[in-house]
Design a protein around this ligand. Sequence first.
Ligand SMILES: *Cc1c(COP(=O)(O)O)cnc(C)c1O
Length: 358
Amino acid sequence: MPMELSRGWLEIDLDAIVRNARTMAAHAGNILPMVKADAYGLGAVRVVRALEQLAPWGYGVATMEEGRELREAGIRRRVLLFTSVQMDDLAAVRDASLTPALASAASIARWTSIAGGAWHLSIDTGMSRSGVPWDEVGQLATVLRAHPPEGAFTHFHSATLDDGSIAAQEKRFERAVEALPAIPPVLHAANSGAIVRSEGTRRHVSRPGVFLYGVPVGPPPLAQPEPVVAMRARIVELRTVRAGESVSYDAAYRVERETRIATLPVGYADGYRRALGNRAHALVGGRRAPVAGVVTMDMTMLDVSALDVRIGDVATLLGRDGAERIDVAELAELANASPYEILTGLNARLPRRHQGGQ
Ligand SMILES: *Cc1c(COP(=O)(O)O)cnc(C)c1O
């Protein structure tokens, strides 16, 4: 066994990401895959190289460094930088050939004065996070007439809630776009939740994120993604704990009868959340074993009393093993976190094995 696989690892199925992207494109037409936060923790460069076969319209990132990483990997398509940067950083955004989202007369003027090239107008239709308020775009008319944007976009705040808010935000977006001196050629609004609902997709481009990485954004009959990621670790210790003893910090797991405890050499510093202790299961040999006690920084214990296991056996903390599976949504619910946090929390201490993608 290669040494890097002796502790634990992440498996990332690039072909599944590509198939999920095809599902998004079948709903939405042109897509701009969001690969911010290192493709939600799964490895942006590998993910983008796999997605290139779909010839997407471009890619979305959140930081200049993320964009630069794609450029250094040789990616030539549009890379949109969605999170605002300081004025002084705009020259570096230009130097990295990124396309910024701008929302103020001052930043638009600065961007054009440094010959920045294409940019997109960010319009706030209710998220109250970034962008020019939808009913104030008229105030930018002079600067927009002088420096028209390539694109304009907004972002939905509750695309998975089915509360009518997508339609309400779309109406605001529509009004804002009509108030521009000229309608930009590239309009975009939909995230994964809107795309599977076929809302907000009557635009030039849509911006899927979490669906690509295997997380559903609504129940069937809405489109479901294929799972993408697995987290596995090898058992490094086995012990028998006597009745009356406890397992892990705070002695929160009390052993009522003799119990077999297996130790995995991964913990919350690898992205397996502390809150999963005493709640989640792992799979060993295709069967469920409860996590015993709180998850520690570097180790996690399983109650394997019902199983026949050996040191070196592989435990699956996330993903499929035989007929059983643990998905991101299950861990998110047990950890009282969002699936986005679970994914982006799978940090780089575990080696990533990417599969497929050619
Ligand atoms: C993250 C993000 C998306 C993708 O959202 P998902 O819910 O992951 O599909 C789309 N647009 C913007 C501006 C984003 O920041």
